[in-house]
Design a protein around this ligand. Structure first.
Ligand code: ARE
Length: 562
């Protein structure tokens, strides 16, 4: 047995409460080892004479490891446990002392693993509506121009012209309100808007007043109306919180430019020198964009300022969540306060970080609920577009991604294949519609929420920013209605309990990617063929979905024919 591969950590993604009296325990082992693993557990204060033993099941397998899992319902919330491992008839124990041949249960006081107590407020809370949500991401300037009397003189491109980094097409909040029926019909349950507050750019990631909606997009009443009308249709609204940085035009930064160290806002930013000098770039900013000075989020005054904004829009307009821009460059300390403030006014308001990398330390229940799952995006690129992964590699990759976090967090992940920051996935695929449907099907069956970038449903194309931000094409004569029909069918599946709450296994069989979701006595099996020849009746770039209930078996989402 490869004992170096064995891993367990108490109070982590390897041991976490899913309810007040239910926990999941995981053990990592080498993929090569042929072993049987049992969990030996009991009430902490009685472990020496009152124990149970349960077999653990392999639930995940990546390229190096397999992960055993066991769910336990507890009567006593103070749990002691160790692992009993069999290899070639030989017995071992794995405990806080590592791998041992004998374990002295009579004197087991120091070296068992433990869940000392399940404290309600330490447990990860699930935002129920996130499980199985279908998000629609809108880059506001490019979705739709509503009927309004707003000053349109800023618009400097014709709807449908090729976007440049700086031009304005005129999309706004009223435009979204007018398309709510369209979105409802598509199967959307939440909308994520890129920033909408006062800013001179078309993307509005450089904000100069966080309490004012940019007049290009509308006003507070428009946002209120959007939220109210969306709520009536059971659609939630999530806004973009740009709290890492602001615009250099914000009053506080301008004050520092004028008064330097004498400004009461000097410590709101991170400046090297008496005055910030944009030409010199002697202050921290987003990437190397001088016009986006970085907030000093370790400063409590800055924290208070930003928390006030976060709470303001929930109270004023009843929004349902925040997507956090560049969240990995903002302090954990701030996000902990942010969570308390936000959940304090609306407990099911979702918090979604924009961390492109492993965000485990933000996802332990005290900061965000979810992140934009760019690791999933990358896996999809490698499997569907770039031929860098085969089904076996893809299954291993998906398992590895799932093992980054506990399963409650996985059930709220925002899975996406593209966004305003990437090329359009359809373009990455060389405009292959079959592959696009396969990728969207996988993203639907995968645990969590799905995020659809506006225009995906009508096969919009686009290269890197700004090309990924083209105007939505409202000319229905140019839509592929067959594709749209298939796409809607896929989205419908997200509502299914087995997809919302089920466990997942991902594996490879005969070159097919096989994803199985199980919940109570329901089971859904997705088989996908990305090879160049037909396998088990599934043509290349096609999939088959079979639902297996307790008493029935039927095909529900089958597009096996080419
Ligand atoms: C503008 C130009 C770009 C140019 C850029 C830099 O349009 O062509 O490359 O400036 O000079 C917003 C606008 C952008 C604008 C940018 C700067 O939307 O159009 O770009 O402001 O003015 C990293 C960050 C991640 C960030 C991406 C873009 O970690 O947080 O880069 N995403 C958010 C938003 C953006 C937004 C900003 C941040 C700034 O979603 O829309 O840009 O507020 C790897 C790394 C990631 C990296 C990722 C992409 O995977 O690990 O960390 O993300 O690549 O580069």
């Amino acid at each position: 047995m490869n004992q170096f591969a064995l891993l367990h950590e108490a109070d982590s993604k390897y041991c976490f409460a899913i309810k007040n009296d239910e926990i999941i325990i995981r053990l990592r082992a080498s993929k090569e080892d042929k072993i049987d693993v049992y969990l030996v557990y009991g009430p902490k204060y009685e472990f020496h004479n009152n124990r149970y033993k349960a077999k653990m099941k392999i639930q995940y397998e990546d390229s190096l490891y397999k992960y055993y899992e066991k769910k336990l319902k507890l009567k006593d919330l103070r749990l002691a446990y160790i692992f009993e491992i069999y290899e070639n008839g030989k017995k071992y124990f794995f405990c806080e002392d590592g791998l041992v041949i004998n374990y002295d249960f009579e004197n087991a006081f120091y070296n068992f693993y433990q869940m000392p107590y399940i404290n309600e407020n330490d447990r990860v809370k699930v935002v129920d509506w996130m499980q199985g949500a279908v998000f629609y991401q809108i880059f506001v300037d490019r979705f739709n121009i509503g009927r309004s009397s707003k000053d349109k003189s800023y618009i400097d491109m014709k709807w449908g012209d090729k976007p440049t980094p700086k031009n304005f097409a005129g999309g706004d909040l009223r435009g979204i309100i007018e398309k709510l029926d369209y979105l409802k019909e598509l199967g959307i349950t939440a909308i994520y808007l890129t920033p909408i507050f006062l800013s001179i750019s078309n993307h509005k990631y450089d904000i100069s007043d966080y309490k004012k909606i940019d007049p290009m997009f509308g006003d507070k009443d428009d946002l209120k109306e959007l939220v109210q009308k969306a709520h009536k249709k059971n659609i939630r609204i999530v806004l973009d919180a740009v709290f890492n940085h602001c615009s250099m035009n914000i009053a506080q930064f301008q004050d520092v430019i004028k008064n330097g160290t004498k400004s009461k806002y000097y410590n709101w930013f991170i400046i090297d020198g008496e005055y910030p000098e944009p030409e010199k770039g002697n202050y921290e900013c987003f990437a190397s964009c001088n016009y986006m000075p970085k907030f000093n989020t370790s400063n409590e005054e800055v924290q208070d300022f930003l928390l006030d904004i976060a709470v303001y829009w929930i109270k004023e307009c009843d929004i349902d969540g925040w997507r956090l821009d560049v969240s990995d460059e903002v302090s954990h300390d701030f996000w902990r306060r942010f969570r308390k403030a936000v959940k304090g006014v609306k407990s099911d308001c979702v918090i979604i970080g924009e961390n492109w990398h492993d965000a485990y330390t933000y996802l332990m229940g005290d900061q965000y609920d979810s992140i934009m799952n760019y690791a999933f995006t990358k896996a999809c690129l490698d499997y569907f577009a770039k031929d860098r992964l085969d089904a076996k590699g893809m299954a291993a990759k998906l398992n590895q991604i799932l093992m980054r976090n506990n399963s409650l967090i996985n059930s709220m992940m925002l899975n996406l294949v593209d966004s305003h920051d990437t090329l359009r996935f359809f373009t990455e695929l060389g405009c292959n519609k079959k592959k696009q449907l396969c990728a969207l099907m996988l993203a639907t069956v995968f645990p969590g929420a799905l995020c659809v970038y506006y225009g995906t449903e009508i096969c919009m194309e686009g290269g890197y920013d700004p090309d990924s931000r083209r105007c939505f094409n409202w000319n229905q004569d140019e839509w592929d209605t067959e594709f749209l029909k298939e796409f809607k069918k896929i989205l419908k599946m997200k509502k299914d309990d087995v997809i919302r709450y089920g466990t997942i296994t991902a594996s490879e069989k005969n070159g097919l990617l096989v994803v199985v979701r199980e919940y109570k006595c329901e089971k859904i099996v997705l088989e996908m063929n990305m090879t160049k020849k037909a396998v088990n009746g599934i043509e290349p770039f096609k999939y088959r979905v079979i639902r297996k209930g307790e008493y029935n078996e039927k095909k529900i989402g089958c597009n096996v024919a080419s």
